[in-house]
Write a protein that binds this ligand. Sequence first.
Ligand code: HEC
Ligand code: HEC
Length: 408
Amino acid sequence: MKTSVITYVMAAAFGLGACEDPYLPSPSGGGGQGGIPASGGGSSGASSADGGSSSQGWEWSLPEGFPIPKVPDDNPMSHDKVELGRRLFYDVRLSENQTQSCASCHDQALAFTDGLAHAVGSTGEVHPRSSMSIANVAYSATLTWANPVLLHLEPQAAVPIFGTMPVELGMNGVEEELVTRLAADPLYEALFAAAFPDDDEPIAVGNVTKALASFQRTVISGGSPFDRYAYGGDATAISEAAKRGLDLFNSEKLECFHCHQGFNFQDSVTFEGQAFASIKFHNTGLYNIEGTGAYPEGGEGLYAMTGDPEDMGKFRVPTLRNIAVTAPYMHDGSVATLDDVLDHYAAAGRTIDDGPYAGVGSDNPYKSNFILGFELTAEERADLHAFFESLTDEAFLTNPALSNPWRQ
Ligand code: HEC
Ligand code: HEC
């Protein structure tokens, strides 16, 4: 039984086999979410009122303007599960050599990223990709940088625990050891029993991933100065410079909002009441090795999953919430600062002059039509930085409910 759960979640996570989630092609509409509010004043409609069927009585406490997250029917939210998931998220016993937890690569102070270009696993293996913020991950229509079939947090949580490509927490092959370790702790015995009261053997791998998913659905960031301005009706919450930066971000000159759209600055989102989850991937011209459109080996994005040449270099749009604290940037951390990000977009793609990845990104044949390049004055650049800074949610970065419970 336990083995089959693991086999299923691994297959779903790596897209290797049968998977209950159908591949959903991108709907042409934006999934019903509008652009980013351009001016202060008024609420934007969706709010936290009631739970929705799959939330089964759970009371969301959501920021103004945020829709209700979707929750799988077989893993309803509960306070006990969230508390258990939080313990697990911060517990190094989830790694084989007991050196790393989820939080080692998802640090709250850095909006649940790790400050590295490439994540480093518990055995020192270097991940081909950069760790991602899990802020508002409950709303992501697909998970990780470029996987069209990894749609739920439950199977995703198994990847770092058991995955071997690369090794992160390194529990592959020692699933029973994980259960034994957790069962040896009386605190976990009580927490699992409370979280899964109907189970005969509540301490099980499938329940570990369920609890981790429930906790992560509460990792919500919507309390930045930008939110107070755009959704809270506080016209003075951000500076005039940040307001000009927001207008630039939303302008046809910069086009940022086409992809970084809606309440989470992201076009692949899912939530209660939406007709179709919006699933999209884009090539932003970060590479164009030898003019062939190629991205570095191991960093090909959606292409690695589909094998379709058109999918070369396509990645899911990451949220821009807390972007000022999540450097370095992009799927491989190859862009060091937000200034460099702006240079990349201003040039309509990055040019790499020499070395194995040399090429003119702006000529990448698979690049999105929205990456057209632009010129910025020094003042406009400063305005954009003020806008980026306004997306930092200090209360989120220090929210005690999301912090390490073992230290209290
Ligand atoms: C060794 C560092 C490392 C550890 C440990 C780790 N992660 Fe991650 N995490 C990453 C990286 C790297 C990515 C991006 C992976 C990719 O795109 O293939 C990621 C992506 C994610 C995502 C997807 C976020 C999104 O926006 O789609 C979630 C959710 C996540 N991790 C949760 C977890 C959980 C839960 C644990 C603990 C069980 C964990 N991570 C442990 C490095 C790590
Ligand atoms: C065509 C869609 C698209 C447009 C337009 C776009 N982006 Fe992006 N953005 C993406 C994708 C996809 C990524 C991830 C790319 C990667 O990792 O290779 C990204 C990454 C980023 C990142 C890094 C995020 C992180 O967590 O590493 C920042 C910052 C960013 N974009 C800002 C902007 C700004 C500012 C603009 C407007 C000048 C803009 N984007 C326009 C799709 C887009």
